[in-house]
Design a protein around this ligand. Structure first.
Ligand SMILES: NC(=O)c1ccc[n+]([C@@H]2O[C@H](COP(=O)([O-])OP(=O)(O)OC[C@H]3O[C@@H](n4cnc5c(N)ncnc54)[C@H](O)[C@@H]3O)[C@@H](O)[C@H]2O)c1
Ligand SMILES: [Zn+2]
Ligand SMILES: [Zn+2]
Length: 369
């Protein structure tokens, strides 16, 4: 079938709106009519060339839609199911899947590097030339063919505009707190960066009754959004060293600091804000190869933990429906996170707002396209 999609053909070039050919789903694949896609900073990192992408490619990895065709051998999801797409479906066979760390699945990582499906081919093409998939999702489009295991059925009452964010930003932020760092009630938390991921970490900290929850961001409306979403205090880096400001609020330093920007200097500042024996969690991802520095004596002498977080160490097929249930039952309000919505045809405007740093999450509403 023919679909509309936004295609990256070269780094630092505007995405091109094109009609693409989408082949039928192969065995163990499904086709999804997309309703919404979030824009994550990681999409911007492919566009600006910080991370290499196989070109041409359809970006977007926070997709939500309805299954409208199933390939051979698929027992779930079923036709008509509402699904969140994930870039971490379990192959079930690699060492990480066997360990229960499906977010690190080796086959999914290989597909992400190559821009193809499980079998090494693409379902997307333009005038006979292959077009690559981003991380088995490619949600800047009206439809997508994905592995059946990558389309996670969720409660039909879930609003697609917030539901799509469970594909990456929200799950990463919340689960970095609840699962990767295992934050307990009453422990203190600092979150550096109040974009979609950082705000979700704040939501996660609030869910587990962490206190205080300090949000650090140079943009005023982001600090205000952080307060609305559960932060107890905010820090403006323009007022002086954020680590010193946090230590004034919490003598001795915070129990857990989360870096949700992707700046090595901020990772070092986050470390400096943490108490002896505490934990620094790195979520933000700079260009590949960029290094951060930490004082080794302090790490060893005071048993400081530095954790990397990929999708919050989540198992999407298990945790996405759990988070979706919290949303539909009114226990998790993600609506303030979505500050801007655009149709696919206006993806340039959507990306501009996302790059400006003032947005919470920018969402593409695809049904209206
Ligand atoms: N590890 C993972 O699994 C994972 C998943 C999703 C995204 N990411 C990464 O997380 C990072 C954040 O993603 P996002 O979509 O929330 O980005 P975003 O662009 O929406 O938000 C970044 C925020 O950081 C703030 N900021 C910039 N400089 C700052 C500073 N010096 N101090 C404090 N705040 C500062 C900005 O004002 C903005 O609010 C990106 O690097 C992205 O690639 C990682
Ligand atoms: Zn992402
Ligand atoms: Zn695997």
């Amino acid at each position: 079938m023919l679909i509309d999609a936004a295609v990256l053909t070269a780094p630092n070039e505007p995405l091109e709106l094109r009609e693409l050919e989408l082949a039928e789903p192969h065995r163990d694949e499904v086709r999804v009519r997309l309703l919404a896609s979030g824009i994550c900073h990681s999409d911007l990192s492919f566009i600006d060339g910080s991370w290499p992408a196989p070109l041409p490619i359809v970006l977007g990895h926070e997709g939500f839609g309805i299954v409208d065709q199933v390939g051979e051998g698929v027992s779930a999801p079923r036709l008509g199911d509402h699904v969140v797409l994930t870039f971490a479906p379990a192959c079930g066979r690699c060492r990480f899947c066997l360990e229960g760390r499906v977010n690190l699945c080796l086959l999914a990582a290989k597909c992400m590097d190559g821009g193809f499906m499980w079998d090494g081919t693409t379902r997307l093409s333009h005038e006979g030339q292959a077009v690559h998939h981003l991380a088995l999702v490619s949600s800047f489009a009206t439809h997508a063919v994905v592995p059946a295991a990558g389309a996670i059925p969720v409660d039909r009452r879930l609003d697609p505009v917030v539901g799509c964010l469970l594909g990456c930003g929200v799950t990463t932020g919340i689960m970095s707190v609840t699962r990767r760092a295992q934050v307990r009630p009453g422990e203190s938390v600092a979150v550096f960066g109040c974009g979609g991921v950082g705000l979700s970490a704040i939501v996660g900290a609030r869910l587990v009754s962490a206190w205080p929850i300090v949000a650090i961001d140079p943009v005023q409306n982001k600090r205000e959004l952080a307060l609305e979403m559960g932060a107890s205090h905010t820090v403006d880096p323009a007022d002086g060293d954020p680590a010193a400001q946090i230590r004034q609020l919490i003598p001795g330093g915070v129990d857990h600091a989360f870096e949700a920007i992707g700046r090595p200097a901020v990772a070092a500042t986050a470390f400096a804000a943490v108490r002896d024996g505490g934990t620094t969690v790195l979520i933000g991802q700079p260009a590949i190869g960029v290094k951060a520095a930490f004082p080794v004596y302090d790490v060893t002498q005071f048993e400081h933990t530095i954790l990397g977080s990929n999708l919050g160490a989540s198992t999407p097929a298990l945790h996405v429906p759990q988070l979706a249930r919290l949303v539909v039952e009114g226990l998790l309000d993600l609506s303030p996170l979505v500050t801007d919505c655009f149709p696919l045809a206006q993806i340039d405007s959507a990306l501009r707002i996302m790059t400006s740093g003032r947005a919470g999450r920018v969402v593409l509403e695809l049904a209206a396209s």
